[in-house]
Design a protein around this ligand. Structure first.
Ligand code: 4AD
Ligand code: MG
Length: 466
């Protein structure tokens, strides 16, 4: 007999009935009676299963007993029109091969407990659930769309280092990278002698690729990075990871308005891409967990994001407090907004995504362009419903003098930053950029509530399993 090629479930579900087919996958469920069994088979190509109908006149009871949830199979048969509701086609099985059995007593996903907390404890297996399948496919689709968005606009993908000696961003505490024997640390003059370390100096994992990104942008014009970033901040929140992925475009000749336009077009493009290409997964997540998801995604597409200065935002929040609204953290000019403040602006006050600009310089990084008023900088945060900040960026300070004096003012070492300052020394240009937290974006796209559930293997304080 001629051997037929395997067809993925996603494609089977779109085929016309009639053809002989071969499907491979894992059993989601099995039900039925003495005459006929129905096996829902999934191979991860789609959230939907293909139904396999096994006529017990053709299969023996012993084989059928070994087919339990989680077992892996190859099924050949005929694709036929399905009489049952819920699917257009199903496979009338002619032969079934079991690749691997799956002990129902020991299979972690066999349990009744499917809470996200439980699934995090079996993160090596949770990928096989419908929910994480949907999340993984959406995560992939967004990564692909990000590259496509920038590629279509002529941006160059720049790979910035993960190991760095620069801690200039000041974005958070860094994880140190060392090969020194921690039980016998070399000491010189009372201090750790890093000259004996692998790189001959103290090094860490990067918190951001931006500073190197600026070197790229001032060379080839428009670049973006897309890679992992590491922050050793001890914040156990549903929005923080110790290892997360960030996309950082950096553009020569862009001012803050160009920057805002790009950021808005970028996230709208990604939302549209998900709706156009991953509707089944979104619908599944919408129906199972969050029936406002698809409406929320659509809601950001048609409208212009609200642009508001930090100072105006403080006035709005202070007015809210006067009108009786209570925030856990106090807010006044000069404070860094907490997520509750961001969400008030987005969800309660404006009812749409907000781009905050012109922050007090003391709460932002040294490289942001200083405004004429002497107290604010041209920073920009994009705030989204349910999440708060998903993007942080700015126009960069292009003036050598202003940049140097800000570095001095903050008591930072110019010596370690000479390479960066060279961009302002040699052919400086106005330029801007921002960073999108990939998992923050995915929180919005998937409707998940905890950032640990949009990355396959989350790293958080006291958790680096798998
Ligand atoms: O606002 P941040 O700290 O900005 C920067 O790192 C700049 N260098 C970006 C730039 O201008 N090129 O971080 C950018 C984004 C945040 O808006 C947030 O979405 C995400 O990164 N982010 C985190 N995501 C998960 N876990 C954390 N601990 C995060 N910290 C920041
Ligand atoms: Mg930020």
């Amino acid at each position: 007999m001629e051997k037929i090629a395997r067809t993925k479930v996603k494609d089977l579900l779109r085929m016309q009935p009639g053809a002989p087919v071969l499907a491979k996958g894992w059993v989601r469920t099995k039900r039925g009676n003495k005459q006929v069994k129905f096996i829902a088979l999934n191979d991860g190509s789609t959230v939907n299963n293909i139904q396999v109908v096994a006529d017990m006149g053709r299969f023996d009871e012993e084989l059928m007993k070994r087919i339990t949830t989680g077992a892996s199979l190859a099924v050949s048969g005929k694709l036929v029109e399905s009489v049952g509701s819920g699917q257009a086609v199903e496979i009338q099985a002619e032969s079934i091969e079991i690749y691997g059995e799956c002990d129902p007593m020991r299979y972690p996903l066999q349990k009744k407990d499917t809470s996200f907390e439980y699934l995090r404890s079996v993160a090596h297996m949770r990928l096989r659930t419908n929910t994480f399948g949907a999340v993984l496919r959406l995560r992939h689709a967004m990564a692909f769309a990000i590259h496509k968005f920038f590629n279509d606009r002529g941006f160059v993908y720049l790979n910035t280092p993960l190991i760095t000696e620069s801690d200039a961003e000041g974005a958070g505490d860094m994880f140190q990278v060392t090969t020194l024997d921690l039980a016998k640390v070399p000491v010189h003059g009372g201090k750790v002698d890093f000259s004996k370390d692998f790189f001959g100096k103290k090094t860490s994992l990067t918190v951001s690729g931006q500073l190197e990104g600026e070197l790229g942008a001032t060379a080839v014009g428009e670049i973006y990075t897309f890679g992992p970033t590491f922050r050793a901040e001890n914040s156990n929140t549903p929005r923080h990871l110790a290892e997360f992925w960030m996309i950082e475009p950096e553009m020569a000749f862009y001012d803050i308005n160009d920057n805002m336009e790009l950021a808005e077009a970028f996230v709208k493009y990604l939302v549209q891409y998900a709706l156009d290409n991953n509707y089944d997964d979104l619908k599944f997540l919408n129906d199972k967990y969050d029936d406002g998801l698809i409406a929320r995604l659509q809601s950001v597409l048609g409208i212009a994001f609200q642009r508001v200065t930090y100072t105006e935002a403080v006035e709005i929040l202070e007015a809210a407090v006067r009108a009786g609204h209570t925030f856990e953290y106090p807010v006044h000019w000069g404070t860094d907004f907490q997520s509750e403040h961001e969400r008030y602006l987005v969800e309660t006050h404006f009812g749409k995504p907000v781009i905050l600009i012109d922050f007090p310089k003391d709460i932002k990084a040294f490289y942001m362009k200083q405004n004429e008023d002497g107290r604010t900088v041209r920073g920009m945060d994009v705030l989204f419903p349910k999440i708060g900040e998903i993007i942080g960026g700015s126009e960069r300070e292009a003036s050598l003098e202003k940049l140097e004096s800000r570095i001095d003012e903050l008591g930072m070492s110019r010596k370690n930053l000479e390479w960066y300052i060279d961009t302002r020394r040699f052919g400086t240009v106005p330029h801007s950029g921002f960073g999108l937290g990939f998992e923050r974006l995915l929180l919005f796209i998937t409707g998940m509530n905890n950032i640990r559930d949009v990355i396959p293997f989350p790293r958080t304080p006291k958790n680096a399993e798998f």
